[in-house]
Design a binder for this molecule. Structure first.
Ligand SMILES: [Zn+2]
Ligand SMILES: [Zn+2]
Ligand SMILES: [Zn+2]
Ligand SMILES: [Zn+2]
Length: 345
């Protein structure tokens, strides 16, 4: 391992682009280190270099350790000189800061652009439309279309996209053609989907892990954080790269922090496999709140084998109910009752 990696610098370009630090940065750029001086009941903050003690007056460019934000330095030389002394504390604080971000409940999924109700997390609960690039809920996708007089419109009309009214593709070829068009418009969902076709060898695409990874990376660069999950799987199962659970979890974290519940669940599984029950439960709880029922099952399992308390399980059930209250609708129930592939929770 190189010294850079020892110091915990994220070697991944994407993380740096997104300003997500995975550990201790070797660059000092900003931040605050202060010594609090109590002066007549008022607290004054004084900044000094952690190595040589120079204050702001002597050195106008004190820069803080980007990883921990605990200390400041007047120069790179001072930072280097102080490194061995600072390393342990820095790592500890950087890990704490990372966990603070990691274990925050992310915002819920977007609303369906038609009924304005939160989209379900379960993949069959929504449809990505290759016509307009919108993701609409299973309820709206299934809902019958009525004309001005309130009559149900004919079969062909029922196949129209509920958002843009373009008729659904009639063959896989036609669907692929539309996906290609979306890709050319830099639609990251279409790009990520194509990545999955290559990964799994679907719809006539040859299995090609390298190509899949390329497409996932492009999709995340275009802002589709769910594609981080695809990169995570590649490292988890060694598809096109060496198996590396640490890296897999790193990518799952990037997706999970942006609200991907599958990635959140995967983090729970990796922590459970590593025997870290407390972290496992925290991940599963967040996934349950986001509507991931497998995480609820996992918490139930942990409860039955004595690794989680009754309170944990009760809390999980409550969180899942709160999620259901947000996504349940009559139209979605009707769609689910009519077809299994409209199931939304
Ligand atoms: Zn100094
Ligand atoms: Zn530090
Ligand atoms: Zn809807
Ligand atoms: Zn459409």
């Amino acid at each position: 391992m190189s010294t850079e990696k020892e110091d915990g610098v994220c070697e991944n370009k994407l993380c740096n682009d997104l300003d997500i630090k995975c550990g201790i940065s070797s660059n000092l750029t900003q931040g605050i280190d202060s010594i609090n001086v109590n002066n007549n009941n008022s607290t004054i903050s004084v900044s000094v270099c952690a190595n040589c003690g120079k204050g702001e007056e002597e050195s106008h460019k004190l820069k803080s350790c980007t990883a921990c934000k605990l200390v400041k330095y007047c120069s790179r030389d001072c930072q280097i000189a102080h490194r061995s002394q600072h390393k342990k504390e820095c790592r500890k604080r950087a890990a704490e800061l990372h966990d603070e971000k990691l274990f925050k409940q992310p915002p819920p999924k977007d609303d369906c652009p038609i009924c304005f109700q939160q989209l379900p997390s379960l993949h069959t609960g929504s449809r990505y439309k290759t016509c307009c690039g919108k993701t609409i809920c299973s309820g709206c996708s299934y809902a019958p279309v009525y004309d001005d007089q309130g009559n149900k419109v004919d079969e062909d009309k029922q196949n129209e996209c509920a958002f843009c009214r373009v008729v659904a593709p009639k063959s896989i070829e036609e669907m692929m053609e539309r996906e290609r068009n979306r890709m050319e418009k830099d639609d990251p969902i279409a790009i990520s989907d194509l990545g999955s076709y290559y990964r799994d060898g679907l719809h006539g695409f040859p299995r090609d892990y390298t190509k899949a990874l390329e497409l996932y990376h492009r999709a995340v660069e275009l802002g589709y954080s769910k594609a981080y999950n695809g990169i995570g799987y590649a490292y988890q199962y060694g598809q096109g790269v060496e198996v590396d659970i640490k890296k897999a979890s790193h990518y799952f974290e990037l997706a999970a922090m942006r609200g991907d519940v599958t990635a959140r669940h995967n983090l729970g599984v990796n922590e459970e496999n590593a025997g870290n029950i407390e972290r496992t439960l925290r991940h599963y709880m967040i996934a349950v709140r986001g509507g991931y029922s497998n995480s609820l099952k996992k918490i139930k399992e942990l409860y039955s084998n004595g690794h989680a308390t009754k309170d944990d399980y009760t809390k999980a059930l409550r969180l899942y109910q709160a999620y259901l209250n947000e996504i349940k609708s009559d139209q979605r129930d009707k769609a689910a009752a009519a077809r299994e592939d409209n199931r939304y929770y």
